[in-house]
Design a protein around this ligand. Structure first.
Ligand SMILES: *[C@@H]1O[C@H](CO)[C@@H](O)[C@H](O)[C@H]1NC(C)=O
Ligand SMILES: *[C@@H]1O[C@H](CO)[C@@H](O)[C@H](O)[C@H]1NC(C)=O
Ligand SMILES: *[C@@H]1O[C@H](CO)[C@@H](O)[C@H](O)[C@H]1NC(C)=O
Ligand SMILES: CC(=O)N[C@@H]1CO[C@H](CO)[C@@H](O)[C@@H]1O
Ligand SMILES: [Zn+2]
Length: 369
């Protein structure tokens, strides 16, 4: 079948019926992509049109891949347990926090920024994934922890690092996206992506190092994830969240770190806690951890539909939270271009380190005995 270049809005009404798997496969084979720009509003677009949506800041899930998969109905509880109301594992958390290193953040972020870009369809995007998984495997060697690539239908793989618990139980997840993009020229344009979203990926590598080298043995399993293809419609995180839902994996909570390195000069530092498409109780718990462990406080903020990878987990019914570098509207104006570097006025490794502290505290508070 042929489609005009004008996007055809399937429906945005209650009567909306999802397309069949066969239909999605046929259109995907013709090079079309199915994007969801708000609940129930799904549109078939060409790759070029999709890029136009990205350039004009329309956020969406690209559901082309997940809509081609058979989905058994879910049997496990979506929410494993209630969250604590505040911090209680300070004796375990504090010594680990002291090992987090700004020098390590600097050297990792420099390496990530050196890939021409980390676009999900570019060879350099695949090479960045390989570099991250090799780095994690080095850290994990000799321990119980592992790091594996999670492959998709495109060249960049997501990565899942696993730290087994001393017993079974719901897994505590933290993730960040590894890809970057130059919206003017995605495939070969320069996109250092040092804030968006190299900063979150870098925080996660440092958290993993601190946990493994610190000999941390959780009571329940911990996973750290680096998602591929976020900028192109949350591709990696959707794929993984859908797989976990299909496999009935019990998940305690999911924390998303995205941009963590910038705050606007002459404004007060804060953690923006995103309140849309997140879990209210988990977000309140994360706020309590900010109060306990960080050198500045938090502010509520909203980021809109499908703005980052927490939305993929939230969409599958898992509790997710999203602490962001600054309230929306004052975030880094240089992202998605060659100018997204640590040289930007307002980029701060000290600021980013606070988010690494928050991520580490979140993991230990939810997974320690
Ligand atoms: C963004 O671009 C798409 C594709 O060209 C167009 O259909 C849509 O109306 C644009 N949205 C905005 C807010 O400009
Ligand atoms: C995933 O892709 C990588 C790189 O292409 C490959 O080396 C690896 O074997 C693949 N892993 C799986 C589980 O298919
Ligand atoms: C920053 O915080 C201080 C102390 O709470 C307050 O007096 C000041 O107005 C704040 N500045 C801005 C720009 O919000
Ligand atoms: C939130 C984000 O930027 N993630 C990827 C990386 O972060 C930016 C923040 O604007 C998102 O818009 C984007 O989708
Ligand atoms: Zn981005």
């Amino acid at each position: 079948m042929k489609f005009s270049t004008a996007a055809c809005v399937l429906a945005a009404t209650a009567a909306y019926a999802a397309p069949s798997i066969a239909e999605v496969k046929e259109k995907a084979a013709d090079g079309l992509r199915l994007i969801r720009t708000s609940p129930g509003a799904e549109i078939w677009v060409s790759e070029d049109e999709k890029l136009e949506y990205m350039r004009n800041h329309t956020r969406f899930f690209d559901i082309t891949e997940t809509a081609q998969k058979e989905r058994p109905s879910r049997t496990s509880a979506k929410k494993a347990a209630a969250f604590p109301t505040g911090a209680s594992k300070q004796d375990t958390v504090n010594p680990l926090l002291e090992t987090l290193s700004i020098d390590n953040l600097k050297s990792t972020l420099a390496t990530l920024g050196d890939f021409n870009n980390r676009y999900y369809k570019a060879d350099t995007g695949a090479e960045a994934s390989k570099w991250i998984v090799d780095t994690l495997s080095d850290i994990a060697s000799g321990s119980e922890a592992t790091a594996k690539q999670f492959n998709h239908s495109f060249v960049q793989s997501s990565i899942i690092a696993h730290i087994p618990g001393s017993s079974d139980g719901p897994v505590t997840i933290i993730g960040a996206h590894m890809d970057s993009i130059n919206l003017q020229n995605p495939q070969s344009g320069r996109a250092p992506g040092q804030d968006d979203n190299g900063s979150g990926s870098t925080n996660l590598i440092e958290i993993f190092r601190a946990l493994v080298e610190g000999g941390y043995t959780p009571a329940t399993p911990v996973e750290l994830m680096w998602y591929a293809g976020e900028e192109a419609g949350l591709l990696g995180s959707q794929d993984i969240a859908a797989q976990y839902a299909s496999d009935n994996v019990e998940v305690q909570a999911v924390l998303n770190l995205d941009m963590t390195g910038y705050f606007k000069p002459n404004t007060n530092e804060t953690v923006a806690l995103i309140t849309d498409n997140t879990d209210t109780d988990l977000t309140a718990f994360v706020g309590a951890l900010v109060d306990e462990y960080l050198s500045f406080g938090w502010t509520e903020s909203q980021c809109g539909y499908a703005c980052s990878d927490h939305a993929s987990w939230d969409g599958e019914g898992y509790p997710a939270a999203f602490p962001f570098e600054t309230v929306f509207g004052t975030d880094n104006p240089n992202i998605h271009s060659s100018g997204d570097t640590t040289e930007v006025n307002g980029f701060s490794f000290e600021h980013s380190l606070e988010f690494a502290k928050l991520g580490l505290a979140y993991i230990v508070e939810l997974s320690a005995a």
